[in-house]
Structure formats: structure tokens, C-alpha cells
Write a protein that binds this ligand. Structure first.
Ligand code: DAH
Length: 341
């Protein structure tokens, strides 16, 4: 028996020495201490088979072995636990003195902000906001807008063509046509969106830019409505009174057509005004009374209904509002520029 105890003790010590994880510990526990088949347990069970004299001595030896093994086991368990904790503490170590990483909140792009402002004002006047395709057929881009074959706007020097039928729209006016085909008068919409032209980029041009188109078709609409609408819009946008003037102009889809100017909101016609250059007027965009051909192309009777339309650039408006002198900045994606807004 003594020999068996010694042997077992040695094996136990060997096994315990090789344990580096809680899994290993569990294995040692099963091997030596499990109630059913633990090797120390089995040894204790054998004591019953011995004679009373033998049992006394052997019992002492086995009990000693068990106590010894249990306390060593507990020690190893504790050591491993401490080791684990130390390892975890090291890997999860936080240096609370490190400066924090600043999360930069994004902000709305200035063009988006002005576009929303424009939408809000027109919505408050009873208009709805309409969307339309950026790639459209020649019917919507030109034919229905009374832009005849041979008109410079149709030329490939001005327009990006996908093929002979499809082109990137060069103005948001195509949305007028979609809206008039879908709805019956009274129609009151604005349509902001991207437009594309084969322009070389410079401080006031970019091959992609933003326009907003307006359309109001009902019975009895006239130029006075157009003037009043644009004036109220501008006064709301700039929070000050403005005057409006029309200069006769030609756009195929309106008759009469006009360039629309408003009185400079930055100066009183001073010669060094950076926006109006001392002229006292700022150009808004084109406008006019919807051409009867355009109404007819959309199945609206031009004898019964009339309408006004206008279109202007959102980028230029934004540049003016924020004092930006190169619109290419808006599209550069340069955070140093965008962070200012
Ligand atoms: N689409 C024209 C342009 O890009 C602007 C314009 C002029 C829109 C007259 C209109 C209009 O609706 O009636 O220059």
C-alpha cells in the first residue's frame, strides 16, 4: 500500500506540474478526486479490503496523500487564477491619461441646407416638391419643352449624351413635363435637382450643379403671379424686402420669357459691392409663361389653362448667401472647406 501511495503521489505531482489552464485542472480533478473513478478515491475504497491492523497504517497514508493532494491542487488553482487575472488586466489595460479621440459630428452640406430652405418656403406657399430622372429621353429633355432640333441646347457640346435617345438632363425643366403628364391643373410644384452640362470648371461653372424648377399651372395664371411669388420667396429667404425686375429673354418653353433680377441685398448700389458690382441688381434666373406648345405636349388645354415657370441655380444662391467665391469648392469634398458650415 505504501508503495501504491508513493507512486500515486509522484504521478499526481507530475500531472499537476503540467497544468497551465482551468481545463487541465479539471482533468486532474477528474483523474484523482472524482467520486466514481478518481484514483485517490479508488485507493481509499481499497482500504475496506484490508485487515484492521493494516488498515490503520494504510488509512493514515492514504488520508495524508489526499490532504496533501487537495491542498496542492487548491494552491495550483489559486495560482492559475491569479495568473489569468494578471493576464486579463494587462490585455484590458486602459491608459486613462491618453487624450480622448474627438468624434467630429458631420453637418449638412451648405447646398443641401439652402435647398431645404427653398423647399420649406415654397411648401409654405402651397407647392409640393417633385423629383424627376437625371437621365431622361430627348422627349422630356427637349421635344416636349419646345426645344427644336438644331437648338444649341441639344448639341453635344452642351449636353452629355448616353446615346441618341438618352442624355443627362441639362436643366430641371424636364420635371415640368413629367409633372404635367401625371397631374391635372391646378399644378403647383418645385423640382430641385442635379443638372449636367459640358462646361469647363471655373469659379462660376461646374459640369454638375443644382437647379430648382418651379411650375404653377391653373386657370387665369399670369405674369403678376410669377412676380409676386418670386418676390415673396426672396423676401422670406433673405428676411428683407426686395424688388424684382424682368428683362425680356428667350427660353423655348416659355412665352413671354424673362431673365429675373432682384435688388441687391448686400448694398445700396455701391460700386465696390462684391456681389452686384455696384449695379444694384442680382440675377436670379429664367422665368416666363409656359409656352402653349408645352401645355399641349402634356395634354393640357392652353386655351383653358395658363402657367408660369421659373428656374434658378441653387449653388449660386448658396455661394452668394455664404460668401463663397468659387462654386467648385462645394463639390471638392474638402473637409477643411465643408467644416466651416
Ligand atoms: N432651365 C433654364 C436654364 O437652365 C432656366 C429656366 C428659364 C427655367 C425659364 C424655366 C423658365 O422654368 O421658365 O437656364
Amino acid at each position: 500500500m505504501k508503495q501504491a501511495v508513493e507512486q500515486l503521489k509522484e504521478q499526481f505531482l507530475n500531472d499537476l506540474q503540467d497544468v497551465y489552464s482551468s481545463d487541465g485542472l479539471q482533468q486532474v480533478r477528474d483523474t484523482y478526486f472524482s467520486r466514481k473513478s478518481g484514483r485517490i478515491t479508488l485507493l481509499m475504497r481499497q482500504l475496506g479490503k484490508l485487515s484492521p491492523e493494516e488498515r490503520k497504517e494504510a488509512g493514515r497514508l492514504v488520508n495524508e496523500l489526499r490532504d496533501f493532494a487537495e491542498s496542492l491542487f487548491a494552491e495550483r488553482q489559486q495560482a492559475l487564477r491569479l495568473q489569468d487575472e494578471a493576464r486579463r488586466a494587462e490585455s484590458e489595460r486602459l491608459d486613462v491619461t491618453l487624450p480622448g479621440r474627438r468624434i467630429k459630428p458631420g453637418s449638412e452640406h451648405p447646398i443641401v441646407r439652402v435647398k431645404q430652405r427653398i423647399e420649406d418656403i415654397f411648401v409654405s406657399m402651397g407647392y409640393s416638391v417633385e423629383d424627376g430622372p437625371e437621365i431622361d429621353t430627348t422627349f422630356y429633355n427637349f421635344d416636349a419643352l419646345n426645344i427644336p432640333v438644331g437648338h444649341p441646347a441639344r448639341e453635344s457640346q452642351d449636353t452629355f449624351y448616353i446615346d441618341s435617345e438618352l442624355a443627362l438632363r441639362s436643366q430641371t425643366s424636364n420635371i415640368q413635363i413629367h409633372a404635367m403628364q401625371k397631374r391635372r391643373p391646378p399644378i403647383r410644384i418645385i423640382a430641385p435637382g442635379k443638372v449636367f452640362r459640358r462646361d469647363n470648371p471655373d469659379p462660376t461653372h461646374n459640369p454638375m450643379f443644382f437647379q430648382v424648377e418651379g411650375l404653377n399651372v391653373a386657370e387665369g395664371i399670369h405674369m403678376g403671379h410669377l412676380k409676386g411669388t418670386l418676390q415673396i420667396f426672396l423676401e422670406k429667404l433673405f428676411s428683407q424686402s426686395v424688388r424684382l425686375r424682368f428683362r425680356p429673354s428667350y427660353f423655348p418653353f416659355v412665352e413671354p420669357g424673362a431673365e429675373t433680377d432682384f435688388s441687391c441685398i448686400f448694398c445700396k448700389a455701391e460700386s465696390d459691392c462684391r456681389v452686384c458690382k455696384g449695379v444694384g441688381w442680382i440675377e436670379l434666373g429664367g422665368s416666363g409663361m409656359v409656352h402653349p406648345n408645352v401645355l399641349s405636349a402634356c395634354g393640357i388645354d392652353p386655351k383653358k389653362y395658363s402657367g408660369f415657370a421659373f428656374g434658378f441655380g441653387i449653388d449660386r444662391m448658396t455661394a452668394m448667401l455664404y460668401g463663397v467665391d468659387d462654386i467648385r469648392n462645394f463639390f471638392s469634398g474638402d473637409l477643411r472647406f465643408l467644416e466651416q458650415f
